[in-house]
Design a binder for this molecule. Structure first.
Ligand SMILES: [Zn+2]
Length: 415
């Protein structure tokens, strides 16, 4: 035991100050996740005292960092598709907004928004993937206590500085009910009208960094983004996958719909997604702190660079156009969100799922389901929507360079 202690001491002495900074940031970020994803916060469902406590915690953290902070109150629209069959319509909730004023007279009217949603699924039910867990607390440690903690860390890092453009930090409510907090924000932005938003950076599910693999979705929404991300990443050394348009199932899509450049930072899907097992013990605190530093660097660069960003639009994908909640029959694959040419690569299958029973496995690239060719995630969603629970389908996959066919009996999604 003594040997261990000596080694640890030696390591600490030899470490550069940067590492010490990083590990204290990691501890802080993990403490934030633990608070937000504690059972006492009741899964941060809209309308709960737990979400109220989470909001107070975020406000206090912003204020301690030295930022101007306020609540932005709004009510859940009763006609939002996700709340039609619930009693949540008309419920009061709030975004938490903190402002770091820009100091350049010419540029301070432009705003870099950094956002993360802090609500989650509460006690399961709507939106949960585990059908039998209604009534159990869904802590949402990765989704999205992780992004909220990273947001607070970015705020602590930037709060003492003086950017040219204004930086606005927003913890959104109502994301899990259909990006309601971000929709309210773009209609009632503080402190500037939406035309002046220079770019929006979203962190949603950034707590599971594995093999340094970080997704920057939306990199195609500004011509300047790919080169900028690439050069900023040099000292950070992420395995950075920067790609895609701004349509995605989180708050950044709302800003993209108003024609602003957006980026969504994401450490990819996993088996605990929208399940009661998404707990703080599975969060990579060091990774979280590293991502926060990277996003802080990026926000700082965007807030100070000369000239506009060149926005690049993209058509709204069919699969999300209706805003409906019908995802079709259940297969139970975990898709690789970075995409792969000519199909959907999967990073795993859910335990006990039709995909597992059919023998699908990590690394398979799905190229067809039933009669439908699957070139991307949208095709896959369409294919599953065209089937019902109980249907038997042939699934074509590429595995180790060879084409294979498996048969799956599709299931019903937990609702
Ligand atoms: Zn979610």
């Amino acid at each position: 035991m003594i040997i261990t202690v000596l080694l640890v001491t030696a390591t600490l002495v030899a470490r550069a100050p940067q590492d010490t900074l990083e590990s204290s940031a990691a501890r802080r970020a993990l403490a934030d996740v633990r608070f937000l994803a504690d059972d006492r916060q009741e899964g941060r469902g809209v309308g709960t005292a737990g979400l109220g406590r989470a909001g107070d915690y975020i406000r206090n953290a912003f204020a301690r960092a030295g930022l101007q902070v306020s609540f932005q109150d709004f009510t859940i629209p009763p006609d939002a598709p996700a709340v039609l069959h619930t009693t949540l319509g008309g419920t009061a909730t709030r975004n938490v907004v903190a402002i770091l004023p820009g100091r350049s007279p010419a540029l301070r009217g432009e705003v870099v928004v950094i956002g993360a949603h802090y609500d989650h699924l509460g006690l399961g039910g709507f939106g949960a993937m585990d059908a039998d867990s209604t009534g159990r607390v869904h802590n949402g440690a990765d989704d999205n206590a992780s992004g909220t903690a990273a947001l607070l860390e970015v705020a602590r890092e930037l709060a003492g500085r003086h950017p040219a453009r204004t930086i606005v930090f927003v913890a959104f409510s109502g994301e899990e009910l259909g990006t309601l907090g971000s929709s309210y924000f773009v209609q009632h932005p503080l402190p500037q009208p939406v035309d002046s938003i220079y770019a929006m950076l979203n962190m949603d599910m950034v707590g599971r960094l594995r093999s340094a693999r970080l997704l920057a979705l939306g990199a195609a929404t500004a011509k300047e983004f790919p080169a900028l991300l690439d050069s900023l990443n040099t000292p950070h050394r992420f395995d950075l996958r920067a790609s895609g348009d701004g349509w995605g199932p989180s708050d950044h899509a709302v800003f993209f719909a108003t024609r602003r450049p957006v980026l969504h930072f994401f450490t990819d899907l996993h088996e605990d997604y929208h399940r009661s097992t998404d707990d703080w013990q599975k969060i990579n605190g060091t990774g979280l702190a590293q991502i926060a530093r990277f996003v802080a660097d990026l926000a700082w660069t965007l807030a100070n660079r000369a000239g506009p960003l060149t926005f690049v639009d993209a058509p709204r994908p069919q699969a999300t156009a209706g805003g409906g909640s019908a995802y079709g029959a259940y297969l139970g694959t975990i898709p690789d969100m970075t995409g792969s040419p000519g199909g959907v690569r999967i990073t795993g299958v859910r335990a006990g799922s039709p995909a597992e029973q059919a023998g699908l496995t990590a690394g398979d690239v799905i190229t067809a389901i039933g009669a439908k060719v699957v070139a991307n995630l949208y095709d896959m969603t369409d294919a599953l929507r065209s089937h019902q629970a109980g249907d038997t389908v042939v699934i074509v996959v590429q595995r180790g360079g060879a084409e294979q066919r498996v048969t799956a009996v599709l299931g019903r999604r937990g609702s």
